[in-house]
Design a binder for this molecule. Structure first.
Ligand code: AVJ
Length: 319
């Protein structure tokens, strides 16, 4: 059977304008900042795939090992005939482990990167002919809704990769609480969460020797140039990533190498030498800290798996 992917366009119609408005607001703020969700244009999504293959970036391979080891247990928790919803599906590699163990009747991939979403869901549909595959093109940080046609079925929302770390803890709690509201009764959330650990291990993961994370960070400036026509020279910026221990988070910034002015239409954004543009927070948790947050969001933390080095955790939260 060669079945098609059911595509649901949930993207905000004014995505270009809202991108520009967000950039103008972020460059006008003090300190200057841009949301990490803007990293994921096509080149950015490809760079992220390469980050996941860097030896220092332990998150991806560790999570994959945890999922491989726990997949039967996860399948038993979730039960048969469910809907598997993947948030930020990207290249959808990890979910294959779950699909094979769980054998859900339906899969819904949700992603902000349209081409990536279509490619990866088409591959899933081709490889798993028994699976009904849906794709929702959406910015789930703004709008989260199960599309018509899948709503109502007992679900498990898979939120891999520690993407939840991009939210501040209070926003993460609000996001999870909202997710709980839209999931049908008796559902669950399977979520990957990076753990607090040695500064050296954390900082190496965001400063890989091959410079892929730096290229990923700087690609945001290319995107501003190509998509919005911002006059900006990426070579005038340095990549900076460090662990902010007080906030338990990796911070990424772009640091101005000189005094310069970015231009966008009638706007002027002057930068001092050394001034930073904050591009990402990646919050880290202890197992107990994350379980407490999940409880505050209304969930029951039912199971947690980790690796022998306690680098990464995968939680199952019941709604
Ligand atoms: C996709 C948000 C989980 O925070 O580790 C990787 C993104 N940024 N390297 C992370 C990212 C720099 C990643 N998340």
């Amino acid at each position: 059977m060669n079945q098609a992917v059911r595509f649901h366009d949930q993207h905000v119609a004014d995505s270009h304008t809202s991108f520009r408005d967000a950039v103008v607001a972020g460059l006008s703020a003090r300190p200057k900042s841009l949301s990490p969700k803007f990293f994921y244009d096509r080149p950015g999504s490809l760079l992220f795939e390469r980050i996941c293959q860097q030896p220092e970036y332990y998150l991806t391979c560790t999570e994959e090992h945890i999922l491989a080891d726990a997949s039967d247990e996860i399948a038993a928790l979730v039960g048969p005939d469910s809907l598997l919803v993947e948030l930020g599906s990207g290249a959808s590699r990890k979910v294959r482990l779950l699909l094979e163990a769980m054998r859900p009747s339906r899969y819904l991939g949700v992603d902000i990167s349209r081409e990536f979403l279509l490619e990866s869901t088409r591959r899933l549909a081709a490889d798993y002919p028994w699976l009904e595959v849906h794709a929702a093109w959406a910015d789930f940080s703004r709008r989260l809704a199960l599309p018509e046609g899948v709503a109502g079925q007992r679900s498990v929302a898979f939120f891999p990769g520690s993407s939840i770390g991009n939210f501040e803890p209070s926003a993460a709690q609000a996001f999870l609480a909202h997710l709980r509201q839209i999931l049908p009764p008796d559902s669950g959330v399977l979520i990957g969460v990076d753990l607090i650990k040695d500064r050296a291990v954390l900082e190496a993961a965001y400063n890989d020797a091959a410079g892929i994370t730096a290229a990923f960070n700087l690609n945001l400036l290319q995107r501003l140039r190509h998509e919005l026509g911002v006059e900006v020279e990426p070579a005038n910026f340095d990549h900076l990533a460090f662990y902010n221990e007080a906030e338990s988070r990796i911070e990424m910034h772009l640091v101005s190498r000189c005094r310069q002015t970015l231009r966008l239409k009638e706007w002027r954004f002057p930068l001092e030498e050394g001034e930073r543009l904050h591009t990402e927070n990646s919050c880290k948790y202890s197992i107990e800290g994350f379980q407490a947050l999940a409880r505050r969001a209304g969930y029951m933390p039912t199971a947690v798996w980790t690796d022998p080095r306690q680098l990464f955790s995968v939680h199952y939260l019941s709604t």
